[in-house]
Design a binder for this molecule. Structure first.
Ligand SMILES: [Zn+2]
Ligand SMILES: [Zn+2]
Length: 290
């Protein structure tokens, strides 16, 4: 089923001309509980994995929160995205599949799971691994995503409030105070960056923005976000898909708000960044929570 984000209630750039030209397209993934196949794009679903490729374990146990110990835990599937579903991804030459796994315990410095990314060519996987390892008993339950199918949707968005210059942000707040929308629309929750798990577009920063560089010193771009929540008590008003709005009468609806049943810190998000100058497309993470 396709899911459709309602369009913005008014033309935000007409009120704040600084936003002219700052609109970007993000791909909301809209994870929803389901039974994805190994050949489907998914969150927390089975990965298309060559039978002769060892299942990965944590590459950085030294960055585990010391209280978690140092066992090399097997990674768990987080995202699988095929080019046919999300062609916007910057696939390295010869690849058409992005897989994100993570080590399901807290890692320093963000106290979030440690992500590992594989870019691969689906057809080259050959015979597939059918039995994947069960999560280790020491895994943090809130880092074991429930299997979800995806409904990628392209949405126009503006920069997150925290990404704007402070002076502009203050002016937005002043304007909202002096011209309260009769329907309660506000920039941060309703008119800026889309919340939830998504590919590309603006980062929906929960705190101050962070600039990320690859190991060769190139500035990196937002690759994707894995979010604890698809929206919160305020932002649901704008970002709940039209097809599901009737369900919101009984807020909160866990299968819409936290479909994969993950919790990164206090309703936090994992932001992955990619280097578009390095051909192998290295990825780095930043974790934030409120
Ligand atoms: Zn680990
Ligand atoms: Zn680079």
């Amino acid at each position: 089923m396709g899911l459709t984000t309602p369009s913005a209630p008014f033309d935000t750039a007409a009120i704040f001309p600084e936003l002219e030209g700052q609109s970007r397209t993000t791909v909301r993934l809209h994870p929803r509980r389901g039974e994805p196949a190994i050949t489907d794009s998914s969150m927390g679903g089975p990965l298309l994995w060559p039978a002769d490729e060892p299942w990965p374990s944590c590459p950085a146990p030294q960055t585990h929160n010391p209280s978690e110990g140092f066992d090399p835990l097997p990674l768990v599937p987080v995202l699988q995205l095929f080019a046919r579903d999300v062609p916007e991804l910057p696939f390295p030459d010869g690849t058409d599949t992005l897989q994100v796994l993570w080590c399901p315990v807290d890692h320093e410095p963000f106290f979030q799971p440690h992500p590992v990314v594989r870019w691969r060519k689906a057809i080259a996987a050959g015979s597939l691994l059918v039995e994947t390892p069960e999560p280790h008993a020491d895994s943090d339950e809130s880092y074991l995503p429930a299997a979800c199918v995806l409904s990628p949707e392209r949405v126009e968005e503006y920069p997150a409030g925290w990404a704007l210059p402070r002076e502009f942000r203050d002016r937005i707040w002043d304007w909202e105070k002096n011209h309260p929308s009769p329907d309660g629309w506000g920039y941060f929750s309703h008119l800026s960056a889309a919340p939830g798990s998504k590919v590309g577009g603006w980062v929906d920063w929960i705190q101050d923005p962070v600039q990320v560089e690859c190991s060769r010193g190139h500035e990196m771009e937002h690759l994707l976000t894995v979010a604890s929540w698809e929206y919160d008590a305020q932002s649901c008003k704008r970002w709940t898909p039209i097809e599901e709005q009737h369900l919101l009468r009984r807020f909160q609806v866990p299968e819409l708000q936290e479909p994969a049943d993950i919790m990164l810190g206090d309703a936090g998000s994992m932001y992955l960044f990619v280097c578009l100058q390095c051909p192998e497309r290295p990825v780095e993470m930043v974790g934030q929570c409120s």
